[in-house]
Ligand binder design. Sequence first.
Ligand code: ADP
Length: 346
Amino acid sequence: MKLNSPRSIALFLALILACLSIFLVLLFTQSFSAEKIWLLVFAFLLSFGIGFLIIFSLFRRFISKRINVLYRTIHNLKISGQNKIDIDLGEDVFEKVDEDIKDWAQDKIGEIRQLKEQDNFRRDFIGNLAHELKTPLFSIQGYILSLHEGAAEDPKVRSRFIKNAAKNVERMTRIVEDLDTISHFESNRLELEIDRADIVQSARSVIDELEDLAQKKDISLSFNKKYDAELFVMMDEFRISQVIANLVKNSIAYGRKGGSTVIRFHDMNERILVEVADDGPGIEEKHLPRLFERFYRVDASRSRHEGGTGLGLAIVKHIVEAHEQSINARSTVGIGSTFSFTLAKA
Ligand code: ADP
């Protein structure tokens, strides 16, 4: 008999007790006749049964009390009579408790790691936010002080300072608006209106809208081929246009003068892959995994010069993921960058 469960231990002890009692009876009984054998068997079974019941119930009380306290602690249950945990005393209770505690400890380690990551993330985020807002805020403060101290007297200087201050206010507003959009996505407060719509048409509208901006940098915007037919996908048209516009704007902001940006569509069975590719200076491999993080920039001064908030790609990722699709960036330094995302076919 394997003594690994309270029940088997109770059986074993009851057996020893019964044997012992029979041995004592035999020891103190001088005259023993063969007829009394049934009496002995009866006494054996009785002491075995009673012994088992007493030992087993003592075990049950002792183990249940201890293990219930343990389980209540690890499962965070309220200590009340109703929350009794069912313990099978026929199995190896201690091994099971050991395993459950190991699982619980593992879960807690995971939770602590996640909390630490979140804490680091929050700290970085607040630091970045303070830094992003500090720059325009100090500029505005500088312009106001200069105007107050006499710069306002010269109409030309006054107008330039006011224009610059207004530009910085605009920049701060953009950051706050972008953060507001991200926080709406993160708290699931932003409801998408996903419908059947033509992605070629949306991309064409974005190209038309950004044509002037591209021309200023001598960058051409085009499709890789003529898309005569519609390509229907399931999307929130406004938001996906925002995604394409953001990627195209980035290709203009960080592309090379005289370069080109090409939009392509690939048929992937259930999905359509949308690609926005430029032939700009490209992005080093080490930056690619962090590109979609809030405030992550490859070249911060260039981004600020271009009026970027460092939040564009974070918003783009949120929009694509809210469609339950994915986005990816690949790039080769000196050749160009390609941003691609998928959409479900309709
Ligand atoms: P930003 O407001 O700074 O443009 P984004 O989140 O849109 O913020 O982009 C993050 C960073 O990724 C940019 O600052 C830029 O360094 C880099 N980046 C984005 N798109 C491109 C591109 N097409 N080519 C090169 N670098 C890019």
